[in-house]
Design a protein around this ligand. Structure first.
Ligand code: PMP
Length: 390
């Protein structure tokens, strides 16, 4: 998300050819605004009142290894994981961060020895999340170095592999490439939630990253959490957050606790659920609808293609379904080398494959934006596809 924030598009200015310009549809960022309609439907159920006297201390829980972790937030995280069954929380340390973006940096700091002669190599299988190389290289650290595609890494030296599953950008379900002996794995599970993919097992990796942004849609709260097995690693992550931001917003944690608890409550008995639509049902149905529209538009012609995604049984919902990721990894099939520029001409902003260590024939398209924009995108894509095809 970082690469193009500086060029966040303004509305296009009308050109002097007398034509009325089409509005630019921005599907470049994975801004999860789709979820706003759910939270609007919920009215005041997730409203939190924070008084003037609250949050006057830096500290939340001095007995906890993560001293800036609000106990209510920790409880809500554990409760939701136990309900969904997507991650093991027992015997784990929860480390809260300003988005999982900060936690990723804390992990790098925690895992790379401070006095090593050479920086540690950081790899991820391409196509990988475009922010990993940007974050890793941003400060030209002596601790770590971005080495790109994990499949190409053959050095016999320690390294860290980032495993994102379901993957951003292509939605694939991933295992570590992990062919060397000195590899440390970090699992980014931002999308391992039942609106996107069947929950097939309770993951119990050593370091797992989650974020509010892609689970509940509250990207603006800037909260993520890590589930960490090893105490020494968790302590070093906490140290990093202490140095970089002296903790994490308590106000955000109090609000997030409420949001997560309200989600869990929607799965309670009739009294506690208050007859609200269960949160992940809403998310699942919305993603299913949007993927249906996209496949229909792509199938109208030969201009584009989509990856095949695995089907599985979800232990949480008992549904059997195919992964329906937050992003589509679209390939331009015809004589178009630069898919991003091609779609931009049609006033559709996407992120090109090169950002993800892949070919320009691909673009990543966000499926989690506002309904209105998404429908307009589908309309334009269908039109391009039917005009371009023989
Ligand atoms: N990891 C992945 C795989 C992501 O897609 C994102 C959000 N685009 C993040 C991490 C960062 O999330 P946050 O908003 O919590 O910083």
């Amino acid at each position: 998300a970082l690469s193009s924030l500086s060029s966040y598009p303004a509305e296009p200015k009308p050109e002097n050819d007398g034509q009325i310009q089409q509005k630019l549809i921005n599907l470049d960022h994975g801004d999860p605004t789709m979820y706003q309609s759910y939270w609007k439907q919920m009215g005041d159920r997730a409203t939190v009142v924070i008084s003037g006297w609250q949050s006057v201390s830096y500290f939340s829980d001095t007995k906890n290894l993560c001293w800036f972790l609000e106990p209510g937030f920790a409880n809500a995280v554990t409760r939701l994981h136990n309900l969904v069954g997507n991650a093991e929380t027992e015997n784990r340390h929860i480390v809260v961060g300003t988005g999982s973006t900060q936690l990723f940096q804390a992990v790098l700091y925690a895992l790379c020895p401070y006095d090593a002669p050479e920086p540690m190599s950081i790899v991820s299988a391409a196509p990988f999340y475009s922010s990993y190389p940007l974050i890793t290289e941003c400060l030209k650290s002596g601790l770590y170095k971005w080495r790109g595609d994990a499949n190409d890494f053959d050095k016999d030296e320690p390294y860290i592999e980032l495993v994102t599953s379901p993957n951003n950008p292509d939605g694939s379900i991933r295992e570590a490439v992990f062919n060397g002996s000195g590899g440390i794995l970090v699992h980014d599970l931002a999308y391992y939630w039942p609106q996107y993919t069947p929950i097939s097992s309770r993951t119990d990796y050593d370091i797992m990253l989650f974020t509010l942004s892609k689970s509940t849609g509250h990207a603006g709260m800037r909260l993520g959490w890590a589930l960490v097995k090893d105490e020494a690693i968790a302590k070093k992550m906490v140290k990093f957050i202490e140095i970089s931001s002296i903790g994490v917003s308590k106000d955000s944690q109090v609000r997030a606790a409420k949001i997560l608890d309200v989600i869990s409550d929607t799965y309670g008995d009739a009294e506690t659920s208050n007859e609200s639509k269960p949160f992940f049902d809403y998310g699942y149905e919305e993603m299913e609808k949007r993927w249906g529209q996209l496949r229909e538009a792509v199938n109208k012609g030969q201009s584009f293609s989509l990856p095949n995604l695995p089907v599985g049984k979800c232990n949480f919902s008992n549904r059997t379904f195919g992964t329906q990721p937050a992003f589509a990894w679209v390939k331009c099939e015809q004589a178009v080398d630069d898919c991003e520029s091609f779609l931009k001409k049609h006033k559709i902003l996407t992120r090109g494959g090169a950002h993800f260590g892949s070919s320009k024939k691909y673009v990543r398209v966000s499926l989690i934006g506002h309904d209105k924009d998404y429908n307009e995108f589908i309309r334009r894509l269908s039109l391009i596809n039917s005009v371009q095809s023989p």
